[in-house]
Structure formats: C-alpha cells, structure tokens
Design a protein around this ligand. Structure first.
Ligand code: DC
Length: 223
C-alpha cells in the first residue's frame, strides 16, 4: 500500500506522517531527506549552486540510506555517517529547493525513492509523490496551511533546536521555497487531481492525524 502525503514546507507533513506510520504500521519514507542529503554533500564539498555539472557528477558517489531506530524514527545516513540533524540546518534549507530542481538530481532521487518503497506498505511524504513518484498511490493527501502559520511552526521548531533564526528569515525562506517548488519542470508542488486536500491551519497535531487516518481508512475500505 502506498499513501502519498504532499504539501508545502511547514504544512505538517512530517509530523502527520510519523504519527500515521505509528498508528497504522506503515513505513515512513521522507523523500525531502534525500534532496537534503544532496544539498548537504554539496555544501561539504564546497560546490556552489551554479556548478550543476559538479553536483550531478557528485551524486553517483552518494550512498543515501534510511534506518529505523527502536521508536521507528527515521535516521538518515549519508555514506555511512548519520546526518539526521545536519540535513535540517538553515544552510541546507536555503539551497535544498534549487538543488532539487536540477533534473538529473530529481531523476536519481525519484529512482531511489521508488526502490525504497518496493514491496512495502509505506506512507511517503514529499511534494510530488501523488503526481510523479507514485501516480497510482492508493491514497493521496495534499496537506496545506496558511503561510504565516507554516512559518510560525518552523520558527518554533528552530527555537526548540536552539537555532537562532528570525521569524522574518524563516518566512522569507518558506516563501522562496514555495515559489521554487511550484515552478519545477519535473515534480512541481501541485495538488494531484485525485488528492484529498486537508487544511491544517487550525488543527492540532492529533486532529490532523485523525483526519488523515479517517481519509486513509475510507479510501482503503477498512472500517
Ligand atoms: O519536505 P522537506 O522540507 O524536507 O523538503 C526539502 C526540499 O526538497 C523542498 O524544498 C523541495 C524538495 N522536495 C522535492 O522537490 N520533492 C519531494 N518529493 C520532496 C522534497
């Protein structure tokens, strides 16, 4: 079974995906983490965004893996080193959307994402899961929220992690990412024709998860 959860940054995809994976015994695949690994590797190798050829030739040397700890929390590994936290830095946030727009990067990551899901019951979060990675997914949900609310959530998350980034900077980063993610040539952020839209602006985490669980059960015919 494939459940696709798409939507913009801060819409609650990550949170809801983790919760539903736990409730329904699905494997949680965070596709954004694959692009984040490429962004981190570019930073570490001091490759600039404009050096597309170098980024593309670098990806063949990257081994990206997800491992699950005892709480089923995804741990992300890049060439055998755990980078679960590093890939969430503000530096990575700044370049990940343009990195994910590079077509050969997308093709390679989509290939990897499809392989990761092979033969498994998964809940996959991203931007293009229902439209491009798995257009035949059993359930497609598009999660959205007002931009101010999404920026507030990211700002709070950063604060909790001890990151010192102003609210204005977070808002600006989210706006830029939204714009860039929507205009990609392949895998742009958009609502799949057969997706159910959930607006999480005014929902608590558990209300959001209840709503998503209800949609999945309705679509898969379980009561
Ligand atoms: O979900 P996230 O914030 O971790 O995603 C990071 C970036 O990766 C996001 O700005 C767009 C890109 N992305 C994508 O293009 N396609 C996906 N399926 C997932 C993420």
């Amino acid at each position: 079974m494939i459940v696709a959860i798409d939507g913009p940054a801060g819409s609650g995809k990550g949170t809801v995906t983790k919760e539903i994976a736990k409730r329904m015994g699905l494997i949680n695949l965070d596709t954004g983490a694959t692009y984040r690994c490429v962004a981190l590797a570019s930073i570490r190798n001091k490759i600039g965004l404009e050096e597309e050829d170098k980024i593309v030739s670098m990806i063949d040397d990257l081994k990206i893996e997800f491992k699950y700890d005892e709480n089923d929390f995804i741990r992300v590994f890049l060439n055998d080193e755990e980078v679960t936290n590093e890939i969430r830095s503000f530096e990575v946030n700044k370049i990940v959307s343009p990195i994910s727009s590079i077509i050969p990067v997308r093709l390679k990551m989509v290939d990897l994402q499809r392989k990761m899901a092979e033969g498994k019951d998964v809940i996959m979060e991203g931007r293009d899961i229902g439209t491009y990675v798995f257009p035949n997914a059993d359930v497609k949900i598009y999660l959205d929220a007002d931009i101010e609310e999404r920026a507030k959530r990211r700002f709070k998350e950063n604060k909790e992690k001890g990151l010192d980034v102003t609210f204005e900077k977070v808002l600006e980063n989210i706006k830029k990412r939204d714009e860039n993610d929507k205009k990609k040539k392949i895998g742009a952020l958009k609502v799949a024709e057969d997706a159910v839209i959930v607006d999480s602006t005014k929902l608590t985490i558990s209300e959001m998860a209840d709503e998503v669980e209800k949609i999945i059960l309705e679509k898969t015919g379980e009561k």
